[in-house]
Write a protein that binds this ligand. Structure first.
Ligand code: PFF
Length: 492
């Protein structure tokens, strides 16, 4: 290769970048809610087991692939097995689709940050819900009716992609400095939010709701699937991100320690964020004179409707906390967002040897264009649908294929030998068992389980053709990955 590979400035830059990729919007709205929904405090048991049996082993695997092969996912997988390049491309095209809708959620945050200064979203819960659903998104009522483009969302999207570009264009060394801020700032804000939350009246009810264990749920397979799904999403596994980040490390970096640090920092942050969210929900419920379950909405509604409603009720500094919350989401999300772009750029550069200076703006521009459909009045539905199909089917397939290629074709003991040659902590044969048996079984079962549910019930309350569109998308991405892997590369 003509040019030397880009490098992180230091090991801590890498760890911060990986932690930043992991900690994202998913930690603030998804983890606390999934925890509550699946048995509160008891959910931490399957969550930790998922972390140990699948999250950490797969993270070690991805770090090892990137670091040993010193390449982005497609090239790295080709070096492992000449027939496996398409798996790398599959991860890359999936993460590209993910980045287009993730940036749209960020675009909503940009709008909310702007509106938080005037609290334009209104004061009552109904007003805020109307603000989100009608004023900002003007939801069309069906994914089939696109309606027009919502200009403020489009502007937010342009700002988001511009931010992504600005973070990435100076290269990995500079990125390694930016991540100190994109990880540090949200942590500081989170500490403030937790303190504020815990000192509000009614906070304790929210925490009881979040953490009271219901051990009976441990018998339900759905809870276990939820735990594994959350671990994969939150650690940014099977998306190429960790492989490309690790490929900028020298070959002798300590893989095991890096994997333990990243995953523990991420899961610790998610747990901590739950205190901020649920203490505030406890306060909201008490102020409204209702029970916590009535205000605990899931997913996007929590961030864009419930939380602003709680903030409005704060006796002092509501404006400040409104702005802080959306600044929190933006700073949490931005390093996840650019971690979704880097594998796409890195893979193109590695395969064809093009100049990164041109590939990055091309990918950013294309990502922005592909995001425009989400700025229409049907955008909300498509964010939801795409998220379901990319994360449920795409991510599980990639994880499964990675385990098979490493576990059976390349040989898990060989990879483990390499990992142990660079790590302080020795990884035992247990790792082979997880990579060859446990993780693939979990992923395979959850894939089949989800597919059966889809066939029986479709996804959500959407018309059935959306399910075909989702599955069609996955199939098209698979074909595209094969085509890309067959193209001649410019690099050996
Ligand atoms: N882990 C991120 C979150 O919890 O929000 C989401 C994510 C980022 C998924 C990067 C995948 C990825 F490649």
């Amino acid at each position: 290769m003509a040019e030397a590979r880009e490098r992180w400035g230091s090991r801590s830059s890498f760890v911060f970048a990986a932690v930043g990729a992991a900690i994202g919007l998913g930690n603030v709205w998804r983890f606390p809610y999934i925890t509550y929904q699946n048995g509160g405090g008891a959910f931490l048991i399957p969550y930790l087991i998922a972390l140990i049996t699948a999250g950490i082993p797969l993270m070690i695997l991805e770090y090892a692939i990137g670091q040993k092969m010193q390449s982005s996912p497609p090239t790295a997988l080709r070096k492992i097995w000449s027939k496996a390049e398409w798996i790398g491309w599959f991860a890359v095209v999936l993460v590209f689709v993910l980045s287009t809708y993730y940036a749209t959620i960020m675009a909503w945050c940009v709008n909310y940050l702007y509106y938080s200064f005037t609290q334009a979203w209104g004061t009552t819960g109904t007003e805020i819900s109307n603000f989100f659903n009608q004023t900002l998104l003007d939801k069309s009522g069906s994914p089939g009716i696109l309606g027009g483009i919502q200009l403020p969302v489009l502007i937010g999207l342009a700002i988001t992609w511009l931010l992504i570009y600005l973070c990435l264009f100076k290269g990995v060394k500079t990125l390694g400095k930016i991540v100190y801020f994109t990880v540090g700032i949200p942590w500081l804000i989170l500490i403030v939010m937790v303190i504020r939350g815990l000192t509000l009246p009614g906070a304790i009810n929210g925490l009881n709701f979040y953490l009271t264990p219901d051990f009976s749920v441990l018998l339900s397979p759905k809870v276990w699937l939820a735990a594994y799904g959350q671990i994969f999403f939150t650690l940014s596994l099977a998306m190429g991100t960790l492989i490309v980040y690790a490929s900028y490390l020298p070959k002798n970096s300590d893989i095991a320690a890096n994997a333990f640090m990243t995953s523990l920092a991420n899961c610790g942050t998610a747990f901590f964020a739950g205190f901020a969210v649920f203490s505030t929900l406890g306060y909201l419920a008490q102020s409204m004179g209702v029970g916590v379950p009535e205000v605990a909405t899931s997913g996007l509604g929590l961030a864009f409707v419930t939380y602003p409603a709680a903030i409005n009720l704060l006796p002092v500094a509501g404006v400040l906390f409104g702005a802080l919350f959306f600044l929190l989401l933006l700073t949490l999300g931005i390093d996840s967002a650019f971690s979704q772009v880097e594998p796409v750029v890195g893979s193109i550069v590695d395969k064809w040897g093009f100049n990164k200076k041109w590939v990055l703006p091309a990918v950013v521009g294309f990502g922005f264009l592909m995001g425009i459909p989400y700025t229409t009045r049907a955008g909300f539905y498509w964010v939801d649908i795409m998220d379901h199909f990319v994360c449920t089917y795409g991510l599980t397939l990639v994880g499964l294929l990675e385990c098979i290629v490493i576990g059976y074709v390349f040989g898990a003991p060989k990879v483990r030998k390499y990992i142990n040659s660079v790590s302080d902590v020795r990884i035992g044969p247990w790792w082979d068992v997880f990579i060859k048996i446990v993780t693939p079984i979990v992923l395979g079962v959850s894939f089949i389980f989800e597919l059966i549910t889809l066939i029986r019930k479709g996804y959500g309350n959407y018309p059935i053709w959306t399910a075909f569109t989702g599955i069609g998308l996955i199939v098209i991405l698979l074909i595209l990955s094969f085509i890309l892997s067959k193209r001649k590369g410019g690099n050996p």
